[in-house]
Design a protein around this ligand. Structure first.
Ligand code: BG6
Ligand code: MG
Length: 214
């Protein structure tokens, strides 16, 4: 039995990538350049400031740190207004059922996300009460692929990292979890995501039985 199960948020529990994309796209268009959905792939799992730096690189724009902070907060305003409309219908298939199974077996459920909006989103979709601990962009100094977020997640529930299981949809997150010494299940395609211990396309393929058979 795993000593804890740690979930990434964006792309694992909810599909917020589309909202991040809309918010970044709006910012890009205000600056006068376009930003495609394919380019948005590069921002998955990447912190807000690092994402902005990638966006500016794509647009060939150079700015001072002060201006960057302003833009990052502008993007977050767009993003927050989009996510404030989220509700339980946006929980990805299979997620609720699996979380409830873990609760029933008293396996600690932890969030390990780069997002500073994680708690707000979990509240909106009514999943906050199912989490024993939340480690997010407000607690972490070093972004994924640094293992910090997962190391802190295990510590928060007194779990041994080697018996923790992580669900991740981003390459940086898979690397972070492996560095933390954890078992990683990638949510996505094997051809795209490298180095995970197991792969699922959707959480609806997951169950406690499958987890225990690993
Ligand atoms: C990650 C997302 O979970 O959080 C990234 O995959 C995002 O796309 C990052 O940039 C930071 O999120 P936020 O909500 O703090 O801007
Ligand atoms: Mg993610």
């Amino acid at each position: 039995k795993p000593s804890a199960v740690i979930f990434d948020l964006d792309g694992v529990l909810v599909d917020t990538a589309k909202y991040h994309y809309q918010a970044w796209k709006e910012l890009a268009s205000e600056m006068g350049f376009s930003f495609t959905e394919k380019e948005n792939e590069r921002l998955k799992g990447v912190s807000r400031m690092d994402s902005l730096n990638i966006l500016l690189e794509i647009g060939g724009v150079q700015l001072t740190e002060t201006d960057k902070l302003k833009l990052a907060s502008q993007k977050n305003k767009h993003y927050v207004s989009l996510i404030s409309k989220m509700d339980t219908s946006e929980i990805l298939p299979g997620v609720s059922e699996f979380l409830i199974e873990l609760k029933q077996k008293k396996i600690p459920v932890v969030l390990g996300s780069a997002s500073k909006n994680a708690k707000r989103i979990l509240k909106q979709i009514n999943l906050l009460p199912l989490f024993d601990s939340i480690i997010d962009g407000t607690n972490v100094a070093k972004a994924k692929p640094d293992p910090e977020v997962f190391v802190l997640g295990a510590q928060a529930v007194d779990a041994d990292p080697s018996s923790c299981v992580v669900f991740e949809d981003a390459q940086s997150g898979i690397e972070a979890a492996k560095k933390a010494g954890m078992y990683v299940i990638a949510v996505g395609e094997k051809g795209i995501l490298k180095g995970a211990d197991d792969y699922i396309i959707s959480m609806s393929e997951m169950s406690l039985n499958r987890l225990l058979r690993r």
